[in-house]
Design a protein around this ligand. Structure first.
Ligand code: 5GP
Ligand code: ZN
Length: 104
């Protein structure tokens, strides 16, 4: 599959990783839109938020339980935003589910 985030996850494309565990990775966005801007990406290839099903409920819970830890590691735990774009017209450009974690 020609997916840039799968390649980052497998290590064939370099990235600035800020957090990794068995279910997700987080790395700096190559084109940051805020002073802190990381992408939180499940290791499983899921095309977008629209492709999330009940089978992903545990993974989604893990992502949301990990976001405060990543925010704390980056020093933005008191003020941050989380965004996911689903579908090209909504601004999605990489079709592997990811959450933008940004400082104000
Ligand atoms: P989307 O537009 O799909 O919501 O977000 C995709 C994000 O991935 C963009 O903010 C873009 O800057 C980032 N991005 C695209 N290619 C790469 C890459 O090769 N490395 C990194 N670190 N970020 C990327
Ligand atoms: Zn992928």
């Amino acid at each position: 599959m020609n997916c840039i985030f799968c390649k980052i996850i497998e290590g064939s494309i370099p990235s600035a990783m800020v957090y990794q565990d068995d279910k997700l990775v987080a790395f700096n966005d190559i084109n940051p839109a805020a002073p802190v801007h990381v992408l939180i990406v499940p290791r499983e290839h899921i095309a977008s938020a629209a492709a999330v099903t009940d089978a992903h409920a545990g993974l989604m819970g893990h992502i949301w339980a990990t976001i405060p830890k990543i925010a704390a590691k980056l020093g933005i735990q008191d003020n941050f935003r989380v965004i996911t774009n689903s579908g090209g017209e909504a601004g999605q450009t990489v079709f592997h589910l990811h959450f933008h974690l940004q400082s104000p």
